[in-house]
Design a protein around this ligand. Structure first.
Ligand code: NAP
Length: 312
């Protein structure tokens, strides 16, 4: 009974806002918007499917040269082929971003090619029910949801891969409403302790806290963290099959889930550091009081991720 009440409360609170219904309603009030990204170079992670693919195609269609990073070369080739004339603006970059070594190699390669990034979309992310370790011994979702974003952003700035006035958009999730900032729960490698949904929430909260930290540290750049709403992607279908089936008719499409990412990159609005964007507006960063309670500061997270990267 308590569980049923919890579920009803959750959907009662978020269904309209996070589904396609929220997008349909809100977009009625938006002025016309036609972005032009000609001359810009973008780097999009998790680019061969789901929301990443929608971002790549929208940016490439609006004139950007897009470096599209994912693991599968075949899926990246399909992405180029599926993108019509915009396909000429898409450059596949094959990398397993759950590996520090691969992310480092990708940064080196892009620097060696003389790339300068105007927009970094830290999009890659996933939820796994069961604990899976990477070849480097890290919990896979930790490595994919936050460590690679941290590495790309920090090393990207350090090495000059990111332009001094670059825009960084971090793709978080409403899932972060379920966790406070908990540094000790980022990389849970003990199967008895691992809970996939909670791990995902912790990583997504971490992305928001990192965004706040970066926005205060690197003031010439723009840092945003956003939530796509609930979108119809393979990631959701695999991770949350019942949710996908029940809400299928009202899940967002790729355009609806990524409109805010494109809009942020185009309009670069001023906002509070770490403001949590959904549908072109900052929304509440905490939905429940308990997630405000933490002993950790964003700097503790930065310290912990830096130590993790130093291990290689
Ligand atoms: N969809 C939603 O409703 C929703 C809601 C809230 C937040 N989000 C967030 O939005 C982001 C995208 O989600 P999505 O639903 O579009 O995911 P998705 O459908 O699972 O797509 C994932 C993409 O990431 C790539 N990928 C996965 N692991 C990778 C790795 N280790 N290295 C490089 N690329 C990798 C996959 O391609 P390869 O297999 O070729 O590598 C694929 O292109 C995630 O951060 C997610 O948490 C989504």
């Amino acid at each position: 009974m308590a569980m049923l009440l919890k579920i009803l409360q959750f959907y009662g609170r978020f269904l309209l806002s996070f589904s396609a219904i929220g997008f349909w309603w809100r977009q009625l009030f938006w002025p016309p918007f036609k972005p032009d990204f000609s001359g810009q170079t973008w780097l999009v992670t998790g680019a061969s499917g789901g929301l990443g693919k929608a971002i790549v195609q929208a940016a490439a269609k609006s004139g950007a040269t897009v470096l599209a990073a994912a693991r599968s070369e075949a899926k990246l080739k399909e992405l180029v082929a599926d993108s019509g004339s915009a396909g000429a603006n898409i450059i596949p970059v094959v990398a397993d971003l759950s590996l520090v070594k691969d992310t480092a190699a990708m940064i080196d390669k892009l620097n060696a090619e003389g790339r300068k990034i105007d927009v970094l979309m830290n999009n890659v992310g996933l939820l796994l029910d069961d604990l899976v370790l990477t070849a480097e011994g890290r919990e896979t979702t930790f490595a994919t949801n936050i460590l690679t974003h941290f590495q790309l952003t920090e090393r990207g700035i350090e090495t000059g891969l990111l332009k001094p006035d670059a825009v960084v958009v971090n793709m978080s999730s409403g899932g972060m409403y379920n966790a406070p900032l908990l540094v000790s729960k980022m990389n849970v490698t003990d199967p008895k302790q691992y809970r996939g949904v909670f791990a995902y929430a912790v990583h997504k909260r971490g992305q928001a806290e990192l965004t706040k930290y970066w926005a205060q540290k690197y003031r010439a750049m723009k840092f945003y963290v956003m939530h796509p709403g609930w979108a119809k992607t393979d990631g959701v279908k695999t991770a949350l099959p019942r949710f996908y089936k029940i809400l299928n008719l009202v899940l967002r499409d790729g355009h609806q889930g990524t409109d805010t990412a494109i809009w942020l990159a185009a309009t670069k609005p001023n906002c509070e550091p770490g403001a949590f964007w959904l549908d072109r507006a900052p929304r509440e960063s905490h939905a429940f009081a308990m997630t405000r309670i933490t002993k950790n500061l964003p700097a503790d997270l930065v310290d912990s991720l830096s130590k993790e990267l130093a291990k290689g």
